[in-house]
Write a protein that binds this ligand. Structure first.
Ligand code: GLN
Length: 435
């Protein structure tokens, strides 16, 4: 606020505070824009500046829990198992492709929908891995990360007053974006240990005014995969209410124990009403790349492309070239990635169990959850703050993923880390007595 006021003050060439106080109103005879300001008491201007209203969705928001916890982790030299990113640098050949494309490739605007070779690779990749077919020329778009894809889809599809079904816990970007688009959120609450919805909870959330359901599967932070019967039930509700489904499926490749991801768009009747969103950052453990993909029927894609053209317009072409190469890698590459994360999951889970922590199952994502209730902890935020400040381990309190009536007894930990990182965290956690 001070900064904004200073800018206005400077721009209008209003004299400094001493000069204002030392002058009469007669000075300068009224033509300069700053003079009107000069005539007003400074305290009034401050009041005005302080009371100026900005967009209420954003002005009321705090910084994301991921950014906050990573900052606290740096401040306290903590082991950071909060924000979800691997500490492995990622496959060297894919990164080499990106580097080569920076040096010898195209570095001007790529086509707005994404470079043709990446759209073709996306089409081939998802036909091969999930049995879904999208036309690379009409049904696929590249975005600057999945979050842009979600924002773009919400802005393009929602009319003010439309109802949007959201499943809590939900990724923290969802609700502000729905509100900014004018949507009315209708929550379905999921709770541990199984994090499942029921026909009753869907019935309470869906209505004739439902425009779309925003659905994350596999689900972050619960680390669960929606069971097939629940997926079918959700599809039934979408069709019965003629609602669209915007599916955040960024964790689709990071699934364990031989489980396979089933995209909602593969269910009968859902292809024509679903927007499927994926992320190269998650597929290749390169979270900073921010290359997302959107797949949707032509009619929906037409409007999605209109919001994308005025959000980011394009995505770095060199990263797109590297992702196109990566998507065509052999199955063993994706299996190897899953196996590595599964081993890391087991390593952290077993270590935590050995220390007496209550660990919930993790079927996918980079995360596992610890139930704090058996420790008598009922305020996950206070617990995580103390954990990072006093014990040097950063985690994410799962209540941050709820808009109302949060579950407050779950702590999310990221296991996508090297053994030494997990060992350091376990050693620090061993100083806490869970029971
Ligand atoms: N998806 C990451 C997580 O859940 C966070 C991304 C971010 O920091 N915005 O940890």
């Amino acid at each position: 606020m001070t900064f904004i006021f200073y800018q206005k003050y400077h721009f209008c060439q209003v004299p400094s505070r001493g000069q204002v106080n030392g002058r009469s109103n007669a000075a300068g005879a009224g033509q300069a824009r700053g003079l009107r300001l000069e005539a007003l008491p400074l305290s009034f201007l401050w009041f005005r500046a302080m009371m100026r209203s900005f967009n209420s969705t954003y002005s009321g928001l705090s910084t994301t829990v991921f950014e906050t916890m990573s900052r606290l982790a740096r401040e306290h030299q903590a082991v950071n198992l909060g924000q979800g990113f691997p500490d492995d640098p990622g496959a060297p050949d894919i990164r080499r492709k990106a580097a080569d494309a920076v040096i010898s490739g195209w570095n001007q605007y790529p086509p707005m929908m994404g470079i043709p070779e990446l759209r073709q690779a996306i089409s081939t990749h998802f036909a091969h891995h999930q049995g879904v077919n999208f036309d690379p020329d009409a049904e696929i778009m590249v975005t600057s990360g999945a979050t842009e894809a979600i924002a773009g889809a919400l802005f393009a599809l929602i009319e003010p007053g439309d109802e949007v079904v959201l499943f809590e816990p939900m990724y923290d970007a969802y609700l502000p974006l729905v509100k900014r688009a004018g949507g009315i959120p209708k929550f379905v609450k999921l709770s541990p240990p199984d994090w499942r919805f029921t026909a009753e909870s869907l019935m309470a959330a869906f209505s004739p005014r439902t425009k779309l359901a925003l659905f994350n599967n596999p689900l972050n932070p619960s680390a669960t995969i929606c069971p097939p019967e629940d997926l079918a039930m959700l599809a039934h509700f979408c069709m019965a209410h003629d609602a669209l489904a915007v599916c955040d499926e960024v964790w689709e490749h990071v699934v364990f124990d031989g489980l396979a991801h089933v995209p909602l768009c593969a269910l009968p009747g859902m292809r024509e009403r679903t927007v499927k969103i994926s992320s190269a950052g998650k597929i290749f453990s390169l979270t900073g790349w921010k290359v997302g993909f959107v797949m949707a029927p032509t009619e929906i894609m037409r409007v999605l492309s209109k919001s994308h053209q005025f959000l980011t317009f394009t995505t770095p072409p060199n990263l797109q070239a590297a992702v196109a190469y990566g998507l065509m890698k052999e199955d063993a590459f994706f299996k190897g990635m899953r196996d590595d994360f599964q081993q890391a999951r087991d390593y952290l889970a077993n270590g935590l169990k050995g220390l007496g922590f209550s660990v919930l199952p993790s079927q996918g994502t980079y995360f596992l959850n610890v139930d704090l209730a058996p420790m008598g902890v009922h305020d996950d935020v206070a617990f995580c703050q103390k954990l990072v400040a006093e014990h040097g381990v950063a985690a994410i309190p799962v209540s941050a993923f709820y808009a109302e009536d949060p579950v407050r007894t779950i702590m999310r930990l990221c296991f996508a880390k090297k053994r030494e990182t997990l060992d350091a965290a376990l050693e620090r956690l061993s100083r806490i007595k869970p029971a």
